[in-house]
Design a protein around this ligand. Structure first.
Ligand code: PLP
Length: 450
């Protein structure tokens, strides 16, 4: 089996950094200017996670491609970390938001399209009632609040190494079996041990033990973990999760924000899950801020019975711009014309090709690496077997190798997601795009192990 020469990797990384700097003079100049007014030189700190020493500045994007201010063209396998999974600027959404913007952007009143969206969400996800938010973080926060309110319970339960947005209760992790703030948690309001139970994914006995006191309001779960890399549920896991949550009166919230990659109705529809609540954001309105949370008749009835309408605007659920007309118009256009079953079929077909290409290289070089895929989301891992849970996945992270693979790709016209080695494939991604990635991936591997 091959071993990685670390000093060789370091030398290669320095060469790629030099190439990146000399190829991107305009982005570099803009970054220097940005540092004088934007904290860290970026509008949002995550944009410092890119593999170069500074982010490239975008000129414009269309479908699965974009150009930067230095005139380079890129195949976009990041797609706004799922926010642009629809492809950039899909014509139907652009038309709908242009028309709606002319008529008004937000009114604190509904527009008729909201009902169309609610009905379509019923059809796709099988839950009868829906509410809108602006981000998946907010959708999760609102769903958790509803769950706490109606159950009267304090705790929520999440998986170790999960990510559900900047939801305070979910930024928790296990350290030697004890719950505390996860690494990188900035200014937690309280120790998450006070609000949160954490178990490893795929561990049914741990889940049973964590729920047995019947003091957990809800489990907030991705149906397959994605944010520490793709970790698929083991056979029977979802059955046990549903059975245990029902038996203990715990509500089950399924967060489909990333697993929507599994198909038009997300993992829930593809695998017949029956959550009490479901949340989704990011690509739902082609990148226009919009999110949703849906729930069963029973949840709706329990919540409604306890709601004081005079205080509905100060209860911590909802927001001034949630359900605004622009987001609703964009959601309708996206669901009706862009995020169609055919679009998923095309994207998943190209994801197959991507997976096969990467696997062929791994076999050719006899690498101890694997590829994981869920729908149109594919990623390669620097370990020989699939991880079962967050801890195993976390142990496989190799930041330096990640950076090299990303920068090598970026320098050759390929944008990968800055968090792990994930590629998201759009309906507009072509076979040539995928084959270009396979060639570049092979060259990168060759430079390391050739
Ligand atoms: C599964 C999941 N849920 C929720 C979120 C939060 O999304 P947003 O940052 O758009 O609020 C994320 C973000 O990555 C996510 O991966």
């Amino acid at each position: 089996m091959l071993t990685l020469d670390r000093s060789h990797l370091e030398t290669l990384l320095v060469e790629e950094e030099k190439k990146f700097l000399s190829d991107h003079p305009k982005s570099h100049a803009l970054y220097q200017r940005a540092r004088k007014s934007l904290h860290g030189g970026v509008p949002m700190l995550w944009m410092l996670r890119w593999a170069g020493r500074f982010p490239i500045f975008v000129k414009e994007g269309c479908g699965a491609h974009f150009t930067d201010v230095d005139g380079h063209q890129y195949i976009d396998f990041c797609l706004g970390d799922t926010g642009a999974m629809t492809g950039h600027a899909p014509p139907a959404t652009v038309k709908a938001i242009t028309e709606q913007a002319r008529k008004g952007i937000t009114y604190m009143l509904p527009i008729e399209d909201a009902i169309w969206v609610g009905e379509e969400l019923q059809r796709r996800f099988g839950l009868p009632y829906w509410q809108f938010a602006l981000t998946a973080t907010d959708a999760n926060r609102f769903a958790i609040r509803m769950a706490r309110h109606i159950t009267g319970r304090r705790y929520i339960l999440v998986y170790n190494c999960c990510y559900h947005g900047s939801v305070d209760e979910s930024l928790a992790a296990l350290e030697n079996g004890v719950v505390g703030p996860r690494h990188g948690n900035l200014g937690p309001p309280v120790n998450p041990a006070e609000t949160t139970r954490v178990v490893e994914f795929n561990d049914i006995p741990a889940l049973e033990k964590a729920l047995e006191a019947c003091d957990v309001a809800c489990v907030l779960a991705e149906p397959a973990m994605t944010n520490i890399g793709i970790i698929l549920p083991e056979p029977g896991y979802h059955h046990a999760l549903r059975e245990l949550t029902r038996r203990t009166g715990t509500l089950l919230i399924i967060d489909e924000t990333h697993t929507i990659c599994a198909g038009p109705g997300g993992y829930t529809a593809a695998f017949g899950l029956q959550p009490d609540m479901l949340t989704l954001g990011k690509p739902l309105a082609s990148g226009v801020p919009a999110a949703i949370y849906g729930f069963t008749q029973e949840v709706a009835d329990r919540f409604w019975a306890m709601l004081k309408l005079d205080e509905a605007d100060i209860g911590g659920v909802g927001g001034t711009l949630a359900g605004n007309a622009l987001s609703i118009a964009a959601m309708r256009a996206t669901l009706e014309h862009v995020f169609t079953p055919l679009a998923f079929e095309k994207a998943i077909h190209q994801a197959d090709r991507y997976e096969e290409g990467v696997l062929a290289v791994i076999r050719e070089f006899n690498l101890p690496w694997i590829v994981k895929r869920l729908g149109n989301r594919v990623e390669y891992w620097f370990r020989a077997t699939p991880p079962r849970n967050g801890s195993e996945a976390y142990a496989a992270i190799d930041n330096e190798l990640d950076r090299y693979m990303h920068l090598y790709a970026l320098n050759r016209g390929i944008l990968m997601t800055p968090f792990h080695n994930m590629a998201l494939i759009a309906a507009d991604t072509t076979s040539e795009d995928v084959d270009h990635h396979t060639r570049v991936f092979r060259q990168a591997v060759g430079s390391l192990f050739g």
